[in-house]
Design a protein around this ligand. Sequence first.
Ligand code: ADP
Ligand code: MG
Length: 257
Amino acid sequence: MSRRRQIYEGKAKVLFEGPEPGTIVQYFKDDASAFNNKKKGTITGKGVLNNRISEYLMTKLNEIGVPTHFVRRLNMREQLVREVEIIPIEVIIRNIAAGGFSKRLGIAEGTVLPRSIVEYYYKNDELNDPMVSEEHITAFGWAATQDLDDMMQMALRINDFLTGLFLGVQIRLVDFKIEFGRLYKDEEMRIVLADEISPDNCRLWDLNQREDGQGSLPPGSRTGRGSLSGSRSPPRYPRRGRRGGPQGSQGGAVGAL
Ligand code: ADP
Ligand code: MG
């Protein structure tokens, strides 16, 4: 690791200069955080898993035509990606009401939404990643209307793909967070999926497991979801998945969800 120049250290990853210009290496840490970094911990092996999971999901998304920054996995904790200009917007896609969304709008956790809802949050830890509208984003020049259209379309496509993939293993994709970046090649710019897709950024509910361990739930039943504190999940069902398990979950916009 010391052979590489470090560019940035975030909550979940460290970025290093890549071997060729225009590439960077993402190193996945075991650090976990929740509620916009107010709660922190370490989950041994988390970085290794997230590196693998993000590799898998980005590869599959590439295969169905969603452009991503992913190039290849280098080792257990590192992957090579194309360097992009990160658009400072966290895009959240929701299928089922949960977390901050339920609180904010008074919609019970577990309510299936009439359609998938896309939300934007300004990526700024100091401000706790406030929710913003398309108006803010275009007025302040964080992204153009066309960029947002591209991001929204890709987000919904990713949502459909991931929803099906997870359902196949009896997991409900409740909501998730993604980031996009601008990739410049010759004279052209295109928007690609960046950062990571892993359980750190997805709220996942187990369709089968009951909190009391007494077997399966009836079809369509609501299940719990991962949360660091445990205080915010539905009472009967297990927590699983989102942002890191029992010790903590990823902060960012998701933490404010
Ligand atoms: P943070 O604490 O800011 O969420 P992370 O620990 O998730 O940081 O580290 C990843 C950082 O690198 C994020 O800020 C993310 O926006 C940025 N990033 C992700 N993919 C790329 C990329 N391909 N090029 C440049 N920056 C990226
Ligand atoms: Mg992050």
